[in-house]
Design a protein around this ligand. Structure first.
Ligand code: AN7
Length: 347
């Protein structure tokens, strides 16, 4: 059953909403015992959103937003993006027979994401500026042209993304004690909190989880309490200086008695490699911010060790292979002989 069908009763679906699908959602919740032990928490699960059809959590919101755009008779959709939203918008627009326009910050999106937008046939525009400048333009385009904005300022995106919270509860049988996730434009933390609250109101959970959101230090406006003019982080997905859902994220933090903190690029890289090496799960750099943040809170004695944590890994590692390879020296070619191999391996 497709995501929209499965959670139909919890979503803004009417008799005329086309139930489109690329088999999004139903992503694995993977236990992470080695990483849990190393970080010092009792129980840790990874919600691997990289297993969605375009490789990120954006597909959950996009399937809903594109379905509603179709229902309302739209011909064309537009988004600003650090990469994943544009990949997802391009794919679902292609699937639905709509035109997609995507505006990205020039030179600041990972190669895999660029390839996706191109392959899915979006009209791709790169602007000299950051994500925030691109989103400003997109909002104006939505005001001035008959085009549907599919950034998370479109509430259907948030609605679709609530499904990840439902899936976590359906798998675990209850809400976790806390949810760790990266924060960029702050749509996802908003969606998870809405989803957990909605499920709780329906009696599906015994409690509400704490929301633990993490920005990259160089792009941490919510933590600092002021927009960043020139955000900078190697986690390009969350390189955002003025999040659209800022106040909703603060609401989620405060209502859940959670936190929104920041982690350095070095801390992100360590967590990113640990996820791959300790658990065999390869996500993109931004996605490791939740694990980096949980480790930071534990080191500060600010997180409960005897609790059940879920960390959301928002995008797939293959989105940004260049960043991964950059961490290592490329191997120098050797002769294809046993002797040379033995020498190379130090055997
Ligand atoms: C892998 O694609 O904003 O806090 O334009 O791609 O909901 O914005 C991406 C964001 C985390 C942050 N992890 O989520 C975009 C875009 C990954 C992401 C986030 C993004 P939000």
């Amino acid at each position: 059953m497709s995501l929209l069908e499965r959670y139909r009763d919890l979503l803004p679906i009417t008799d005329t909403t086309p139930l489109i699908s690329l088999a999004e959602g139903n992503t694995p919740l993977i236990s992470a015992p080695r990483l849990a032990r190393e970080i010092g928490v009792r129980e840790l699960w990874l919600k691997f959103e990289g297993m969605n059809p375009t490789g990120s959590f954006k597909d959950r919101g996009m399937v809903m937003a594109i379905a509603k755009a179709l229902e309302e008779g739209a011909r064309s959709v537009v988004c600003a993006s650090t990469g994943n939203t544009s990949a997802s918008a391009a794919a679902y627009a292609a699937r639905a027979g709509l035109e997609a326009v995507v505006i990205v910050p020039a030179g600041k999106i990972a190669l895999g994401k660029l390839a996706q937008a191109l392959m899915y046939g979006a009209k791709l525009v790169a602007v000299d500026g950051n994500f925030d400048a691109a989103l400003d333009i997109v909002r104006k385009m939505g005001d001035n042209y008959p085009i549907t904005v599919v950034n998370s300022v479109n509430h259907y995106r948030i609605e679709g993304q609530t499904t990840a919270a439902y899936e976590i509860v359906d798998t675990l049988g209850d809400a976790p004690d806390a949810l760790c996730l990266p924060v960029g434009n702050a749509g996802n933390i908003t969606a998870y909190w809405l989803g957990f609250r909605r499920y709780h109101e329906r009696g599906k959970t015994t409690h509400l989880p704490k929301m633990l959101g993490f920005q990259a230090e160089g792009a941490s406006p919510i933590v600092q309490g002021a927009p960043f003019e020139k955000p900078h982080t190697l986690a390009t997905a969350i390189n955002i200086g003025n999040p659209a859902s800022w106040r909703f994220a603060v609401g989620a933090r405060d209502e859940s008695k959670g936190c929104i903190d920041c982690v350095s690029d070095d801390e992100i890289v360590v967590a990113w490699r640990d996820l791959a090496r300790c658990e065999g799960v390869f996500c993109e750099p931004a996605s490791a911010a939740g694990i980096a943040g949980l480790r930071k809170l534990m080191q500060q004695g600010a997180a409960e060790p005897d609790a059940r944590y879920v960390a959301v890994l928002t995008g797939h590692g293959l989105k940004d292979p260049a960043m991964a390879v950059e961490q290592f020296a490329a191997p120098t070619p050797i002769a294809p002989t046993m002797a040379a191999i033995e020498r190379a391996l130090g055997w």
